[in-house]
Write a protein that binds this ligand. Structure first.
Ligand code: NAD
Length: 493
């Protein structure tokens, strides 16, 4: 099902400068870039790109703001973070539209990203006046032994293009709650929502410079990672970029937390509600955000006794999702992010066909007609795929999934774990014993039973294996942005 792109909403005023120390900065050393709207393939703004000079300026401003931030009482900091949560709530519609301008995510999903960020701010605001350290006895003495959690000072948070507001919630909120100042480096592909967020932070009353927003590509990112004034890097993105960042961070031995890619397995057992499983996995798979999500269930394993019955429902759900203008509220599948991504994803499909990795049962093509100038790809499903194939092993980051049959629990677990990744896993079953048994054996940071990946601030989220080292959410997410200090006081003087 397709629709026409009619409503680019050219009247939306998108922010284009860098946001440093509460000021809009132009004329930056990294130059400018024409930002392309994926819905039409046409430019929608010229944006500033941060270079080394702007990173220097942001680091200086952030340290000043950090000193002010930690001079506030915990209650005051908590209330200011709650103000940010309120601002995210009140601005959700505009943030949603900016998110759509960023990378073409349909508006039916994009405002939800602001809602997610709001929830995380509310949750972490609650920690500011409650998070506490501990004291423990020490061997052979009666000393007082205090264990305290302190901020790093200034942290760099590097975001991928596919979820800048998600990173704002998952990482910026705990970083601020822990007492840090933040330099947020969004991708140059998704600058608009993070810039608006920076502005909202100042309007909410945070000290200017506490949140600086510097869209850039690899050069600006590397300048941030190498800067001696940045005491921790939190990176969300691809594994090959993580390798470069960890190498660059080694220069100053700066610690790096990573949230990386995935090839998440969904296990559909013969006792599952197949109607629910088909709809859930179509959205979690090739349909939601055109499969451009770290949590995409790109390998769907189905028990062979229900394989055909599942496939009929699944293909039906995938083919009925409306493709078109991401600003149309009824659109479910928008464009993929760029011409380069289009070429890459079509290359994955061609290779899978050439290598006979599986049978192409729906999709596989770029849409023409009214959608020809944008980057619209059909949600694509390959059936009876070889789990060893490139299609099933390499992250596609697009609307392409593999469906693979299995005989029993043991085979399902072995196939699911046969991947270098370990971000998410999904189980569809009505047998609670099986749900627990299988969940414990899956090598993944999050296992979702009869549910799509529904991020909440209370649950730590992150990867096993090459899907990263670090957690966002819960007390674990706060600890990512704290360093531990022991203070031991001798009592025998
Ligand atoms: P990417 O790795 O290309 O870029 C991520 C960020 O790193 C961008 O801001 C980019 O400008 C920056 N960057 C690139 N080179 C750099 C360098 N040398 N030094 C410093 N910064 C540099 O990833 P992407 O294409 O933006 O996002 C897609 C990837 O992100 C996928 O692999 C996806 O699975 C992953 N992802 C993971 C999660 C998670 O929570 N685990 C969430 C979203 C996306």
């Amino acid at each position: 099902m397709t629709s026409t792109v009619q409503s680019l909403a050219a009247t939306d005023n998108v922010p284009t400068g860098l946001f440093i120390g509460g000021d809009w900065v132009t004329g930056s050393s990294g130059g400018t870039l024409e930002h392309i709207f994926p819905g039409t393939g046409s430019p929608n703004a010229t944006i500033e790109i941060a270079g080394e000079a702007e990173v220097d300026r942001a680091v200086e401003s952030a340290w000043e703001a950090h000193r002010e931030w930690i001079s506030y009482t915990p209650e005051h900091r908590r209330d200011l973070l709650l103000n940010v949560a309120d601002a995210l709530r009140d601005d959700a519609e505009r943030l949603g539209r900016l998110n759509t301008h960023d990378f073409g995510v349909p508006t039916m999903m994009s405002a939800a990203h602001a809602g997610l960020a709001e929830k995380f701010f509310r949750y972490y605001a609650g920690y500011v006046d409650k998070a506490n350290g501990s004291s423990t006895p020490v061997a052979d003495k009666f000393d007082v032994n205090l264990i305290e959690h302190e901020p790093y000072g200034v942290v760099g948070i590097i975001a991928p293009w596919n979820g800048p507001l998600v990173v704002v919630g998952l990482n910026v909120a705990p970083a601020l709650a822990a007492g840090n100042a933040v330099i947020l480096k969004p991708s140059e592909i998704s600058p608009f929502t993070p810039l608006r967020f920076g502005e909202l932070c100042v309007q909410a009353g945070l000290p200017v410079g506490l949140v600086n927003v510097l869209p850039s590509g690899p050069e600006g990112g590397e300048a941030l990672v190498r800067h001696p004034g940045v005491k921790k890097i939190h990176f969300t993105g691809g594994g090959s970029t993580a390798q470069k960042i960890i190498t660059a961070a080694a220069h100053n031995l700066t610690p790096v937390a990573t949230e990386l890619g995935g090839k998440s397995a969904a296990l559909i057992f013969d006792d599952a509600n197949l109607d629910v499983a088909a709809v859930t996995m179509s959205f979690q798979g090739p349909v939601g955000q055109s499969g451009q999500s770290c949590a995409c269930s790109s390998r769907i394993f189905v028990q062979n006794t229900v394989y055909d019955a599942f496939m009929e429902r699944f293909i039906g759900a995938v083919e009925s999702a409306k493709i078109g203008d991401p600003f149309d509220p009824s659109t479910i599948v928008g464009p993929v992010v760029s011409q380069a991504a289009t070429n890459r994803i079509l290359g994955v499909i061609d290779r899978a066909v050439d290598e006979k990795a599986g049978e192409l049962v729906t999709g596989g093509k770029r849409l023409g007609g009214d959608l020809a100038s944008g980057y619209y790809l059909e949600p694509t499903v390959f059936s009876r795929v070889d789990n060893k194939s490139a299609l099933a092993q390499i992250e596609t980051f697009g609307p392409v999934v593999s469906v693979i049959p299995f005989a029993d629990e043991a085979e399902a677990i072995a196939l699911a774990n046969d991947s270098v990744y370990g971000l998410n896993a999904f189980i569809q079953t009505q047998n609670v014993g099986r749900a627990h048994r299988v969940a414990r054996k899956l090598e993944a940071g999050s296992v979702w039973v009869n549910r799509h990946s529904d991020l909440g601030p209370q649950s730590p989220y992150g990867g096993y294996k090459q899907s990263g080292a670090g957690r966002a959410g819960g007390i674990e997410g706060l600890h990512e942005f704290q360093q531990v200090k022991t203070i031991r006081i001798g009592m025998d003087f």
